[in-house]
Design a binder for this molecule. Structure first.
Ligand SMILES: *[C@@H]1O[C@H](CO)[C@@H](O)[C@H](O)[C@H]1NC(C)=O
Ligand SMILES: *[C@@H]1O[C@H](CO)[C@@H](O)[C@H](O)[C@H]1NC(C)=O
Ligand SMILES: *[C@@H]1O[C@H](CO)[C@@H](O)[C@H](O)[C@H]1NC(C)=O
Ligand SMILES: *[C@@H]1O[C@H](CO)[C@@H](O)[C@H](O)[C@H]1NC(C)=O
Ligand SMILES: *[C@@H]1O[C@H](CO)[C@@H](O)[C@H](O)[C@H]1NC(C)=O
Length: 406
């Protein structure tokens, strides 16, 4: 979660790169399961903003997509909701199939959604059950809640409160929780999240686990720094089969400090066990290009594709570039590269490698943190081999200079 900054209305995206709105049936529409660039999935109601998209690929190849949408309300009390979209053709076309609404707090599903399909029975739910989480909040608190759908995301039932904290407030010393990420592992569900409740840390990353999805074990640290001002945030975890290791990516703002020109430098940790990141080494992603040093900034995502060599390709996204960061050398810290993908920068973009077409990488985007004036939910599907072969061409920074402190 970024510290609140004065909103800079930055039209950082070149107009040529703006997604085109969906019209009536499009004769040039990409073929099912093909690659394509920068299509609109859905445009929120006027003035609305879709960001922080999340997704799950179901066993049958169906893709579910949701997002944090400012300006979309519905359900009991007309509160914020997560819209759920379904694609049966590899992300080319989508249908709006349901809304995840807050059934218990009277606060709405406000931000930071997560989706996950169970591939084994867990907690009394069958394989194929879809789990959803997110941050339900009001001025009275933040709650990371768990919901389940046993009918392919058509309807949702509340399962449990995973973690609860103080009202949403990114100031150190406040006590909210943020940004869940779901992973089933060894007959437990792991819910990772960002946690400001521990007085020893401005913010840390932690998880809780459950076998029955109702009762949650103790808070286990994943990333926590002795430096109080450090605010590791926004956990995303992926498995890297050739290394037999799990990777956790996160942003790491520390007060107002800057590292390689960015304030929310992206770091990663590797662990044999996704419950044991706390003791793992922390590694920043820094790339030496002919044009100097490049460092990803804020709201990272990570996936792995088997394409790209014996160790496959780790792909990381950030908030500030349309490009992605790739590593075909088994996460070697010195071997990151930057590659253009042409899907505009967005706050907390998500990445996906299709299970049956692992050479296809989806980049799922939306609005930037400060608002790019588009606000639509958008995606691209790219061939990983072409991404690896491609060149990244640095552009002059289009953003206005950062606000100077008064
Ligand atoms: C989702 O909620 C929106 C806003 O209330 C409503 O217009 C839409 O019909 C709902 N869609 C579904 C599939 O329930
Ligand atoms: C917040 O808590 C107060 C006091 O319990 C209550 O009156 C109010 O309705 C609550 N507001 C929300 C949005 O939950
Ligand atoms: C946010 O948290 C800080 C630190 O606890 C506190 O001083 C401030 O009053 C809080 N702001 C709001 C709006 O609650
Ligand atoms: C960051 O800088 C601002 C403006 O100078 C200051 O108000 C704030 O206290 C600083 N925050 C930290 C965590 O150092
Ligand atoms: C550095 O970037 C500029 C564009 O900002 C480009 O014109 C130039 O060719 C680049 N130099 C190298 C060595 O890549």
């Amino acid at each position: 979660m970024r510290l609140s900054l004065p909103t800079i209305f930055s039209f950082a995206v070149a107009s040529a790169a703006l997604p085109q709105p969906h019209g009536p049936p499009d004769p040039d529409s990409p073929k099912p399961f093909s690659t394509f660039s920068n299509r609109v999935i859905w445009t929120p109601p006027k003035g609305g903003r879709a960001m922080y998209p999340r997704h799950a690929e179901l066993r049958d190849g169906t893709l579910l997509v949701t997002a944090n949408v400012f300006g979309l309300t519905g359900g009991p009390g007309n509160l914020p909701i997560f819209p759920i979209f379904e694609s049966k053709d590899g992300g080319v076309t989508f249908q709006w199939i349901s809304n995840l609404t807050d059934q218990v707090n009277g606060w709405g599903m406000v931000a930071q959604p997560a989706l996950y399909e169970l591939r084994k029975p867990l907690g009394g739910f069958k394989s194929g059950t879809i789990l959803a989480s997110g941050n339900s909040w009001s001025n009275n608190g933040t709650r990371i809640d768990l919901y389940a759908s046993t009918d392919k995301a058509r309807t949702w039932q509340f399962v449990s409160h995973v973690a609860a904290g103080g009202r949403p407030n990114t100031t150190n010393g406040a006590t909210p929780v943020w940004e869940p990420f779901l992973l089933a592992y060894e007959d437990e569900l792991i819910v990772y999240y960002s946690d400001q409740r521990d007085p020893k840390h401005g913010q840390k990353l932690a998880h809780q686990r459950s076998r029955d999805l109702k009762t949650w074990g103790p808070v286990v640290n994943d990333v926590a720094y002795d430096e109080y001002l450090a605010r590791p945030g926004m956990t995303v975890v992926a498995y890297i089969p050739p290394l037999k290791k799990w990777i956790l990516v996160y942003e790491l703002p520390v007060g107002n400090s800057s590292s390689h020109g960015v304030n929310y430098p992206v770091h990663y940790r590797l662990a044999d066990d996704p419950r044991k990141f706390d003791s793992a080494e922390h590694i920043p992603i820094v790339i030496n290009t002919k044009n100097g040093t490049v460092a990803p900034n804020a709201s990272p995502y990570v996936v792995w594709s088997p394409v790209g060599g014996p160790k496959g390709t780790i792909v990381v996204s950030d908030a500030d570039r349309s490009a992605v960061y790739v590593n075909t050398a088994g996460a070697d810290p010195d071997k990151w590269e930057i590659k253009e993908v042409g899907q505009p920068e967005a706050y907390s973009r998500a990445l996906h490698v299709f299970e049956k077409r692992p050479e296809h990488l989806m980049v799922l985007g939306g609005d930037t943190f400060d608002g790019n004036g588009v606000g639509a939910l958008v995606n691209s599907v790219l061939d990983v081999r072409k991404v690896l072969d491609g060149d990244w061409k640095p552009e002059p920074d289009p953003k206005p200079p950062a606000c100077k402190a008064a």
